[in-house]
Design a binder for this molecule. Structure first.
Ligand code: PLP
Length: 405
């Protein structure tokens, strides 16, 4: 075996030399104190404030979610005990799928073990369902969609990000000769910009294509019932498949699709990544349902998040730290250099107890390395002031570019 290790090591050394070797933070989240956590360093515990969590609304520690999970564990135990087909379906899964279908106004919902698996499995299965299928995929799409499409072996064209002219060019060329799936996202997580859902639906209707929308960074956060950006824009009913995660704004883990009863039944019956994997623990399904039900009626978390995001942006504006403009809850601060980005992140952590993970290639293109800041409703005014002050000092120290007011 040892002779293989030298090859692994050589590749790892390249990552380190490029400043993009990933180091895990050894965190202990503290229920009730989100976004505060303890960090394990050489046997010691240090306090950190997390500024890069995708538990966007802090629902992972919401009392209703925790109570639902405790209750389900006490009732059903820990694991599901099997795949969905072989004893793993628990009543909590059935209720959650109905809840998700209702959330998105669709006939059915289907659970997966992660958002990654839901994209990978559904796209690879759907693109295989029709002979000669072509997939048109936005250039900004997540790795899980890209891998799923690749696995289907269907013909694929990548259209320029959010470019309706380019998308229509592909649709015109194919022009009714082949079945087409258009795969895209509502909130692109590294830039924080929005997909053009209504425009894509217009084109899909004009050319008879099926629409597949990833709402992973939209669910819980947008729309009056937290169903996502398509709900906020009033176009949810026009999208054929809405995919989402339970691991971000809903605070637990798991993924899902919603769509017509026939489509979900088809995926349920033919998708390897669904059939051959054990079901989510019942307590996870119970916690997810509690989060969804809460966010269907409560506007508090969404409103507070918007206010916190605006406050962080105002703080950054005041000291000229440039961030990529967008209308979402994500604030990407471009550094443009992998080593510098990691150095800033390490310094913030070691000297200020502020944790923002550096985002490097291949998550983003080389030269666009960034700090991706995600405020939470629970960040206090003093957390925000500490963040802005620390970044100000670092920008001076590293002589980084500032925006001109
Ligand atoms: N889709 C997008 C756009 C994502 O950003 C992610 C993960 O960050 C996923 C899907 C995968 O979701 P999950 O984390 O639930 O596997």
């Amino acid at each position: 075996m040892k002779r293989f290790d030298s090859q692994f090591q050589a590749k790892l050394d390249t990552l380190k030399a490029e400043g993009r070797y990933r180091v895990f933070m050894d965190l202990e989240r503290q229920a009730g104190h989100f976004p505060k956590a303890k960090r394990h360093v050489n046997g010691e515990l240090k306090d950190v404030t997390i500024w890069c969590s995708n538990d966007y609304l802090g629902m992972g520690q919401h009392p209703k979610v925790l109570a639902a999970m405790h209750e389900a564990i006490d009732k059903c135990g820990a694991g599901a005990g099997g795949t969905r087909n072989i004893s793993g379906t628990n009543h909590y899964h059935v209720e959650l799928e109905a809840e998700l279908a209702d959330l998105h106004g669709k006939e059915a919902g289907l659970l997966f073990n992660s958002g990654y698996m839901s994209n990978w499995t559904t796209l690879s299965t759907l693109a295989n369902a029709f002979p000669n299928c072509v997939v048109l995929s936005d250039a900004g799409n997540h790795a899980s969609m890209i891998e799923g499409i690749r696995h289907s072996r269907a013909e694929k064209y990548v259209f320029k990000h959010n470019d309706m002219h380019d998308l229509e060019g592909h649709l015109k060329r194919i022009s009714g000769q082949q079945p087409v799936i258009i795969a895209f996202e509502s909130v692109y997580s590294m830039e924080g910009d929005f997909g053009k859902i209504a425009d894509i639906c217009d084109l899909a209707e004009k050319y008879g294509a099926l629409t597949y929308l990833d709402e992973v960074h939209g669910v819980g956060l947008y729309g009056p019932r937290g169903a996502g950006l398509a709900e906020r824009e009033g176009v949810m009913h026009r999208v054929d498949v809405i995919e989402g995660t339970l691991a971000k704004a809903f605070g637990v883990v798991g993924g899902y699709i919603t769509g017509s009863a026939a489509l979900c039944d088809y995926v349920r019956s033919f998708a390897s990544g669904f059939i051959f994997s054990s079901a989510l623990p019942p307590a996870v399904a119970a916690g997810a349902r509690a989060a969804i039900q809460h966010l269907k009626v409560s506007q508090f978390e969404r409103a507070r998040l918007r206010e916190r995001v605006a406050r962080v942006k105002a703080g950054l504006d005041a000291i000229g730290i440039p961030y990529m403009p967008n209308e979402s809850h994500i604030i990407p601060v471009k550094v443009g250099d992998a080593t510098k980005c990691k150095w800033i992140s390490d310094y913030l952590l070691d000297h200020h107890g502020i944790y923002i993970q550096p985002i490097n290639y291949p998550t983003v293109a080389r030269g666009t390395e960034r700090l991706r800041i995600t405020p939470n409703p629970q960040h206090s005014d003093s957390d925000i002031a500490a963040l802005v002050q620390s970044l100000d000092g670092l920008w001076k120290q590293c002589a980084l570019h500032r925006a001109v007011a």
